[in-house]
Design a protein around this ligand. Sequence first.
Ligand SMILES: C[S@@+](CC[C@H](N)C(=O)[O-])C[C@H]1O[C@@H](n2cnc3c(N)ncnc32)[C@H](O)[C@@H]1O
Length: 210
Amino acid sequence: MGRTEWDHNAWYHHLLLRQVPAGAQRVLEVGCGAGSLARRLAAVVPRVDAIDRSPEMVAEARRLAPHNLALHLADAMDVDLPAGAYDAVVSSSVLHHLPLAHTLPRMAGWLRPGGVLAAVALPRIDLPRELPVELAATTVHHGLGLAFASLRPVTGAALFRHEPSHDVMPIAEPTLTAREVRRRAAAVLPGVRVRRLVLWRYLLTWRKPL
Ligand SMILES: C[S@@+](CC[C@H](N)C(=O)[O-])C[C@H]1O[C@@H](n2cnc3c(N)ncnc32)[C@H](O)[C@@H]1O
């Protein structure tokens, strides 16, 4: 991997953290990978559950888990979680692995009324419509990649360096554009919002009606 490559998932973890309602007591992360977002959630929320279907990822996440982060080896498609229990259900770069029509209602079912579903995932590139955002993404990716690579030796900070587990992290190619995601999500979660983000991601947010 080139020295100017960096972790776009980690870049958007902060955006997901900002979607968690103030005062949230219990949050679920779906598809936690090596657990970096789950650990950040556990720093601000008293109780965090995180699931992933990869034994390697769950083992890696467990290595650094704080006491208030419970990690479960489980598949989001059939895991049995308590209904209406979570103030937020979040997910980073996982939705494009899953069939939306089945997954989104399951995630919504785990939320308490008023709870928030927030997911960042990969869209399929939508050309020519999204050409401007593609050009912006390439520019931002290389610009920040160079800046991070130059600053790491000086600051000693990781600055969105890929974690060692990155090479074995399960990935999937996105099959839906952001527009298609918006249409399919709205069919099962009325009021859902899907916003295309610059760095080859979209943000899906939905608040469960009271
Ligand atoms: C690209 S990684 C993202 C990991 C992490 N969320 C991050 O932001 O770095 C996708 C993760 O989703 C998990 N995953 C995919 N399908 C899943 C499913 N049906 N149930 C649970 N986890 C799943 C994979 O095992 C993998 O760890």
